[in-house]
Design a protein around this ligand. Structure first.
Ligand SMILES: [Zn+2]
Length: 233
């Protein structure tokens, strides 16, 4: 019963190795890294756009303010000063001066804002270019990754058919347990007892458990859930 599943595991180890070779390949790393880059760039672009729309709104508000001040100055210059009494004249002059001072401030703010908007546009272009580059490298990586998968396809198919062949001789319950663990990416599933410890996670087994194992020949590790067996010499 144990012999068959161990034989199965031995063959499956070859499949695991191929799968790991693909998963750990440089192409796969490039694909993952570039996907991350593209995502970051996209998020960056969304933020920059939000930022830009706030700046443009600010810009429009300042422009309106600028135009209103200009209109006010224009109105003041059209007043016939001869018709005004002294108090009114002083008031109008004061307001005109205020308008000019405000205009200067608004003008300066508009100029600063223009610079900010230009910088934001530049940042947008840079981020976009970086995103496009990452996208291209991602596509290239995908191609290399697919080439690798295709290259390994025959080997994988062969191993899978071999596994299927010997599967029939394996105890059903053990196989079920095995496949579940394998899905959870725990490998190997069946591990020998090494110096009274689990051959998978190295947890030391208490005497009571050792006795149980001695009797049953195999048992599940309480820590890592692998199946510990006694290696018959
Ligand atoms: Zn364990």
């Amino acid at each position: 019963m144990l012999e068959e599943i161990l034989e199965y595991q031995k063959l499956d180890a070859k499949l695991v190795a191929v799968e790991q070779e693909i998963a750990n390949s440089k192409a796969k790393k490039v694909v993952n890294q570039m996907a991350e880059f593209v995502k970051t760039a996209q998020m960056g672009l969304v933020n920059i756009e939000k930022n830009a729309s706030t700046l443009i709104q600010e810009y429009e508000e300042l422009n309106t303010k600028f135009e209103n001040l200009l209109k006010e100055v224009e109105t003041i210059t059209k007043i016939k000063f001869d018709d005004l009494d002294n108090t009114n004249l002083i008031e109008q002059e004061k307001r005109a001066n205020e308008c000019v001072a405000e205009l200067l401030v608004v003008e300066k703010n508009i100029s600063n804002l223009s610079k900010k908007i230009n910088n934001t546009l530049k940042e947008f272009d840079t981020t976009k270019a970086k995103g496009m580059q990452a996208k291209q490298r991602h596509t290239q990586g995908m191609k290399e990754y697919n080439d690798l998968v295709n290259k390994k396809e025959t080997e994988i198919a062969h191993l899978k058919s071999e596994l299927l062949k010997i599967e029939k001789s394996v105890d059903k319950k053990l196989l079920e347990k095995y496949k579940k663990m394998r899905e959870d990416k725990k490998f190997p599933v069946f591990v020998p007892l090494i110096s009274n410890s689990c051959g998978g996670c190295s947890m030391q087994l208490p005497t009571s458990q050792l006795n149980k194992l001695e009797q049953a020949g195999m048992m599940e590790c309480e820590n890592c859930r692998r199946v510990i067996f006694i290696n018959k010499k």
